[in-house]
Design a protein around this ligand. Structure first.
Ligand SMILES: [Fe+2]
Ligand SMILES: [Fe+2]
Length: 282
């Protein structure tokens, strides 16, 4: 028996209801419990049939990057949850249970899209380029799995900078924003549009948690942590932007009026906003 084991909630301390993780947990329970099985893809099946071959290929390209990314973040989040739990940060751990649940649903809903709308898409790895591999085969898993043996603030900062700031903050946020706008303007794929609307809400909570975690680490441990985050973000940003470049360079004309400059500008400005929020004020 472990006599040192304590339970905060029954020893008078309770939960910090006003903390950011508890507010995100509360929002997650209201907004993050939608069911991927309930999305209606029937009109999307019709719209898909009407699309040109090249439009289908480009839409599959973007969506395959989303699906691979969502599987990757679902697989790689667990070491961070364990690290946070071991520090006794109950509110953060409670919020992170909804975070992982949501990532799993994102995988499910894109799998449904490929199975039911695209139908026999073939091997989707044909859409994954070198930048994609650098981020999803190397940088993300190595930063997250480093936490299994190294729970230092530096390791936590590297993990969150990679996961929340680059993968979610640049790639997912930009991708879902542009994808949603394009589908809406073209008035096609209502099921996929609804999915994207829901994913944008979920991802905004995930990134808010990332900003909270990184700001807390910088507050607690100072300049060396910020330097590590700064280096990590700036090393990976060119790969994130490279993925966007590669996507557009693969097609003579992009479907649904997707615009490369709008993608790159949005990605860069969102990156800059979060960078400023984490950067220590002197
Ligand atoms: Fe996600
Ligand atoms: Fe996410």
């Amino acid at each position: 028996m472990d006599d040192t084991r304590q339970f905060r909630t029954i020893e008078g301390e309770g939960l910090d209801w006003d903390s950011l993780p508890m507010r995100l947990w509360s929002k997650g329970k209201k907004l993050g419990t939608w069911n991927p099985e309930s999305i209606d893809f029937s009109q999307d099946v019709e719209d898909w049939r009407e699309m040109s071959e090249m439009d289908r290929e480009a839409l599959m390209h973007v969506t395959a990057q989303f699906l691979g990314g969502e599987e990757s973040v679902t697989e790689d989040l667990v070491p961070l949850i364990v690290a946070i739990s071991d520090e006794g940060r109950l509110e953060e751990e409670m919020y992170l249970t909804s975070f992982l649940f949501e990532e799993a649903k994102h995988v499910e809903v894109f799998c449904r899209f490929f199975d039911e709308v695209v139908d026999e898409p073939g091997d989707l790895t044909r859409f994954h380029d070198d930048h994609y591999e650098t981020i999803f085969h190397e940088a993300l898993p190595s930063a997250m799995h480093r936490l299994r043996d190294d729970r230092s603030p530096e390791a936590q900062a590297e993990a969150s900078a990679t996961y929340n700031m680059i993968v979610e903050g640049v790639l997912a946020e930009t991708g879902y924003h542009a994808y949603f706008e394009a589908l809406q303007d073209a008035e096609v794929m209502p099921g996929l549009r609804e999915v994207t609307r829901l994913l944008k809400q979920d991802e905004s909570r995930h990134m808010a948690y990332g900003v909270h975690l990184l700001s807390r680490l910088v507050d607690e441990h100072g300049e060396p942590i910020w330097t590590g985050i700064d280096e990590r973000m700036n090393t990976l940003l060119p790969h994130a932007l490279g993925m966007i470049e590669h996507l557009f360079d693969s097609y003579e004309t992009m479907p649904l009026g997707l615009d490369k400059d709008a993608f790159i500008d949005y990605a860069t400005s969102q990156f800059q906003k979060r960078y400023e929020r984490i950067r220590p004020t002197r």
